[in-house]
Design a binder for this molecule. Structure first.
Ligand code: KG4
Ligand code: ZN
Length: 389
């Protein structure tokens, strides 16, 4: 029992020694960010200048695609083990490449959810240990907020803006007023768009990661060969649905006897076009709803699917037509990365929105963590346990 008391008093002593929050950051902030919510083990160091500029000093991402290849999808237990094996080396690489020491850091930010809880636990626990050992501020970050603010790292993305968040787990339209101020306009009522790319890739035998594989296969395909449905065509608003598209691809593939390479390419291209068209149609609705209140309206697109060139170009056409500005981060900051987690943490710290050391240490990994409640206060696309996000 003695050692428990000893450990407890050491922990309390460390807690007392942790840095106090600056109410408003007048100095540069140096933040290490850890991201482990899915199948990427990522760490990065960013510097936030007092005027709000971001410098990404390092950005290390270790993707686990190989670890899951034999299973045709992400296996949570394997993902968690891979994070355990790789997190230390990834953190050391990020800090070394940034040319800084742990003692130079102001804070460590880590994804605290939503995501695969075993993986989130690895990153968050590592961050807690680093903060206790080096007396740093701990910043638990909502992964979706990381994506929501990611454009601000490299682009001039002043608030407010309309956000289309498209990733493997989420498909949402949000009005972003400021850091921490999000209003949800719509979300998927079934699959996320990235999930539908991944399932389509699996169905067509293209392997994983599905999104990039579908994009490559579609290059030699004809997007007008299969006339896939327009989801929610008769429903106004900004919600999405992708499960019908996925089923339509499966039925079209089953109708073909021994699909040729060209058939696969045509299916990939037709699916990609239908998915992009659906994103554009619902985003158009959101623009029409929010447009009149803004003088220089901006659409920011974030999340792994924002790396898709066809989707980017069709959203650009939409913005040109509506006289909106389109802002999309470079592809390496669309897919999961530690820099966006460090940046979201730095923004919260700078604005005095970070939790106290005691509160931060008490935050547990969360599988579900909505960024903003649904417009009607109900639970959209949430499954039995409540909304995913
Ligand atoms: O943001 P992200 O890295 O992780 C999540 O938070 O989910 O997004 C991963 C998703 C995967 O579904 C992946 O297939 C998709 O983004 N993705 C793409 C492309 N690159 C990644 N989907 C379509 N086209 C791409 N080029
Ligand atoms: Zn993500």
């Amino acid at each position: 029992m003695l050692w428990i008391g000893l450990l407890l008093s050491m922990r309390l002593a460390s807690l007392r020694g942790m840095r106090k929050l600056p109410a408003n950051a007048k100095t540069p902030l140096l933040v290490l960010g850890l991201e482990t919510s899915c199948d990427d083990t990522a760490a990065a160091v960013v510097r936030r200048s007092p005027d709000g500029d971001c410098a990404i000093l390092s950005n290390e991402v270790w993707t686990e695609h190989e670890d899951h290849a034999a299973y045709g999808g992400i296996v949570p237990e394997i993902a968690a083990r891979s994070h355990v094996e790789r997190i230390d080396a990834t953190v050391i690489k990020a800090v070394t490449k940034a040319g800084v020491k742990f003692a130079d850091l102001d804070a460590v930010a880590a994804t605290a959810g939503p995501g695969l809880v075993g993986g989130v636990m690895v990153g968050l626990t590592t961050a807690k240990a680093l903060c206790l050992a080096h007396r740093l501020q701990l910043l638990p970050v909502n992964h979706l907020e990381g994506h929501a603010l990611s454009a601000g790292m490299t682009e001039d993305a002043a608030f407010p803006y309309l956000l289309l968040l498209i990733s493997g787990g989420h498909t949402q339209l949000l009005w972003v007023r400021d850091v921490g101020e999000y209003q949800r306009l719509g979300t998927t009522i079934d699959d996320a768009v990235g999930e539908s790319f991944d399932k389509t890739a699996k169905l067509l035998g293209l392997g994983q990661p599905g999104g990039p594989r579908v994009q490559v296969a579609a290059l030699s395909g004809h997007s007008d060969r299969f006339n896939f449905p327009k989801p929610l065509a008769k429903r106004a608003g900004c919600d999405f649905s992708f499960s019908g598209l996925k089923t339509a691809v499966r039925e079209a593939a089953e109708d073909l006897t021994g699909p040729t390479g060209q058939d696969i390419a045509d299916l990939a291209a037709s699916f990609q076009y239908a998915a992009a068209r659906h994103l554009v149609q619902r985003t158009g609705n959101a623009i029409d709803m929010t447009g009149p209140r803004e003088k220089s309206p901006r659409l920011v697109v974030a999340g792994g699917v924002a790396a898709n060139t066809v989707i980017r170009s069709m959203l650009q056409d939409l913005c040109d037509e509506k006289s909106w500005r389109l802002i999309v981060p470079p592809p390496q900051y669309c897919t999961d990365n530690g820099a966006m987690i460090a940046w979201a943490g730095a923004q919260r710290l700078a604005m005095g929105l970070a939790p106290t050391p005691d509160e931060a240490l008490a935050i547990a990994p969360r599988a579900r963590w909505p960024l903003a409640p649904p417009p009607d206060g109900g639970q959209i696309g949430g499954g039995r346990k409540g909304p995913k996000a």
